[in-house]
Design a protein around this ligand. Structure first.
Ligand code: MLT
Length: 407
């Protein structure tokens, strides 16, 4: 019999959001009359921008004719999209990134999960706590996390607590780490780092030969000055950081699937025998071998988000969810909760009433208020005692949820 990768039996049997979906389905089966409001997983509710849909229709039409049909595309993404990304997301902000440093994919979830392929199992990994569960789970699958205890704290991971006491700003590790996951604006807390605070991490990475894996999937929600949209706004970051971006939350692509990863050519890793190796080359090798490209039609849809009308439509989507976030924040504060985040991010991190654990409060909200949230403990030990509200619902549902909580 074939031997399995034993790391898979060490991780929780179900992925966080699958567990939540299961509980919601059970609740709905038991109470078919209940009007359940979904504020759990960060899945968008508004349709795609017209510019993207029009671009997909045009691209699909091209696929109907031999003269314009396209088969396999470049695994790294078509030049038209990579160049549009460079111009709109980087050059326009004074950041010097080139198209061959961009790798288009089916989303940031896959890339943040797969990036571990190019790193040795011996690296010491630091993860902010709480964090997006993909970081911990995929390091555990890859054998880099060690052993879990009964609270799912892994022996080889270095946890960087983010809590009310430190204003959700992680302290630098006190032991040497090689890889650091940072996600800002943060999922799940919805909090941010200023440029100065992020610069501290870039300096740490330089001085300690560490690599930062920077998840910027929520950058479009930033409303305040001095909050960096890209880690490359910090001088020298191209020598120490990989950045992940997504069209999912920005332009409603959660079901359409498109994202990209920036691996600067200046970024190096060490081989076992001490050689300096380009991470851009390694990721290119991994991507071309294990990924066959995002579909042409979807890449055209992503490109269209950068057209003048596409930009306006995307802005309208972001503004809509930002207003939802404001309604949630204010509604929760009115109802007496302590809330964090939700100003530069579509997530509102909320303290459960005293004495209630995250899952207990999640269950209470589901059963008594028919509101789905995400239990903070699902994101790590420091998330215990919190739940996360997502601002991606409809306006009607958002207002109704706050009315239910204020009753
Ligand atoms: C979340 O709710 O944390 C995200 O939507 C999950 C994801 O992007 O995969």
């Amino acid at each position: 019999m074939a031997q399995i990768n034993d790391n898979f039996i060490k991780i929780p049997a179900t992925y966080l959001f699958s567990e939540i979906a299961k509980r919601v389905t059970q609740h709905k089966e038991a109470h078919p009359e209940a009007k359940v409001i979904r504020m759990g997983i960060g899945d968008v509710s508004l349709p795609l921008p017209d510019a993207s849909v029009d671009a997909m229709i045009k691209a699909a039409e091209e696929q109907r004719h031999a003269a314009t049909f396209r088969g396999y595309g470049p695994e790294q993404g078509y030049a038209f999209l990579r160049e549009a990304i460079v111009i709109n997301d980087f050059t326009s902000k004074g950041i010097n990134i080139t198209a061959d440093e961009i790798f288009v994919s089916d989303g940031a979830k896959s890339d943040t999960g797969n990036i571990g392929d190019i790193f040795s199992v011996n690296n010491r990994v630091a993860i902010t706590d709480p964090s997006y569960p993909v970081y911990v789970d995929t390091n555990a699958m890859g054998g880099r996390a060690g052993e879990p205890n009964e609270q799912n704290v892994w022996s080889n991971l270095v946890y960087l607590p983010c809590n009310v006491q430190n204003n959700f700003v992680p302290a630098l590790p006190t032991e040497k780490v090689d890889i650091i996951y940072l996600c800002y604006p943060n999922n799940p807390t919805g909090t941010t780092l200023t440029k100065e605070q992020l610069a501290v991490w870039v300096k740490y990475a330089k001085e300690n030969d560490a690599i930062i894996l920077f998840d910027a999937a929520y950058e479009a929600f930033i409303t305040e000055e001095n909050v960096p949209h890209s880690i490359y706004e910090i001088e020298g970051a191209q020598e120490v950081a990989i950045e992940f971006r997504s069209f999912s939350k920005t332009a409603g692509f959660t079901g359409t699937r498109c994202g990209y990863t920036v691996v600067p050519k200046a970024l190096m890793g060490n081989s076992e025998n001490g050689e300096n190796v380009s991470l851009n080359k390694l990721w290119n090798r991994r991507h071309t071998t294990k990924f066959n490209g995002t579909s042409y039609v979807v890449q055209r849809a992503a490109e269209a988000t950068f057209s003048p009308e596409g930009k306006q439509q995307v802005r309208a989507l972001i503004d809509f969810y930002t207003e939802n976030a404001r309604i949630i924040r204010e509604g929760l504060i009115k109802a007496g909760y302590n809330v964090y985040g939700g100003v530069n991010a579509p997530y509102i991190w909320t303290k459960a009433p005293e004495g209630l654990g995250s899952w207990e409060y999640f269950d209470y909200l589901l059963k008594e208020k028919n509101i789905v949230t995400t239990p903070g403990a699902g994101f790590g030990l420091s998330g215990e005692g919190f739940v996360r509200f997502s601002a991606f619902g409809s306006r009607e549902d958002t207002i109704e949820a706050m009315e239910r909580l204020n009753k």
